[in-house]
Design a protein around this ligand. Structure first.
Ligand code: ADP
Ligand code: MN
Ligand code: MN
Ligand code: MN
Length: 334
């Protein structure tokens, strides 16, 4: 029997790239070939030289179609098979390979917001819902909107073999989070992208829209981030504390460079008023959710573990974020 492969890739939309996908029907047992698409329709090519190449980098069972069908994360190449300018995975791969001996792990906390009828899910037709306070990890129909979508998305990730490690309702009404990892640099980023595609795709079934906007509602409403938890082998081993501190210090030397790679509109989210340090300042501390980098309390007790970079936006490109963290931290620890 033939099977279907959904080829997924990242387009060239500015300032935040979008996911695209199309279906390839393959003969029974056939492996996943290189494929192509019209780059002039995705801001990745001009009409006269429109062909771009899709190369599969990670695949998993398709939890929606089932059977032998698969989802296929791809990177975009030029027709000479070199990386397309929008291909951020290639640089992350170079960093992952350069510092493979340090065995970096990542756990990504993907926050997002549901929209229905053109407003955040749970917002009344006019005016605002009750202020923030009861929604985070809440329960009950007055506080929770979209749990059915969340459960269906979680099932889909588990069925696909994605390393989803938790979910929770967030601080703003209609806002949610799930975590992917811990996994290696490329694995966590590939799987986060596929989990995002599944989120949009599953939400279609519920006539709900999911957005990764960093600051969906202006004013006294939390933005949406992608806290990036990071460790190296040295940090995880006994005596890892010194490496954790060295990692924080290294991050503090390149604040602007990291902020520039952490997602569009980060200035609106990191004002210093809603958790996490301002975008143009740097600080780290144990249990400090007002800092740029938080060291979990357990790590101070154990004197080993990991650090949490709280700054990346929900709409960040995990290839860029993870590549930068490996470059900066592993570069300093090498
Ligand atoms: P928070 O308290 O910030 O909401 P979460 O529980 O949402 O924390 O996320 C913590 C993340 O850290 C999880 O994705 C988890 O897998 C990840 N994590 C745990 N240990 C490590 C480690 N040693 N290295 C990297 N990530 C880790
Ligand atoms: Mn979390
Ligand atoms: Mn969160
Ligand atoms: Mn966090």
């Amino acid at each position: 029997m033939a099977y279907r492969a959904e080829y997924i890739w990242i387009d060239g939309t500015e300032p935040t790239a979008k996911l695209r996908s199309k279906t390839k029907i393959l003969k029974d047992g056939a492996s996943l070939p290189i494929w192509g698409f019209d780059g002039s329709s995705t801001n990745q090519a001009t009409g006269d030289k429109s062909d771009c190449v899709l190369r599969p980098v990670w695949s998993c069972p398709d939890p929606i179609r089932g059977g032998d069908d698969v989802l296929v994360m791809c990177e975009v190449l030029l027709v000479d098979l070199t990386p397309h300018p929008t291909n951020t995975r290639a640089k992350a791969q170079a960093m992952a390979e350069k510092y493979a001996d340090q065995e970096p792990w990542f756990g990504l906390e993907q926050e997002y917001t549901f929209y229905k009828n053109g407003r955040p899910y749970g917002f009344p037709e006019s005016g605002f819902p009750a202020p923030q306070g009861g929604y985070y990890c809440g329960v009950g129909a007055d506080e929770i909107f979209g749990r059915d979508v969340v459960e269906a998305h979680t099932d889909a990730c588990i069925d696909a073999g994605i390393e989803i490690s938790g979910t929770n309702a967030e601080v703003m009404i209609g806002q949610w989070e799930y975590q992917i990892g811990p996994l290696g640099t490329l694995e966590v980023a590939d799987q986060l992208w596929v989990s995002r595609w599944l989120l949009y795709r599953i939400a279609e079934e519920f006539d709900v829209m999911a957005t990764l906007d960093a600051k969906p509602v202006k004013g006294d409403w939390n933005g949406a981030g992608c806290h990036t938890n990071f460790s190296t082998k040295a940090m995880r081993e006994d005596g890892g504390w010194d490496s954790i501190i060295a990692g924080c210090e290294a991050l503090g030397k390149v604040t602007a460079k990291h902020i520039a790679g952490y997602g569009h509109d980060i200035e609106s989210r990191l004002t210093g008023a809603h958790e996490t340090q301002r975008h143009d300042q740097f600080s780290y501390g144990v249990s400090d959710r007002g800092a740029s980098i938080r060291i979990p309390w357990q790590c101070e007790i154990d004197k080993k573990g990991y650090l949490e970079d709280r700054r990346p936006n929900a709409n960040c490109d995990p290839y860029v974020v993870c590549g930068l963290m490996v470059e900066t931290i592993c570069g300093a620890l090498a």
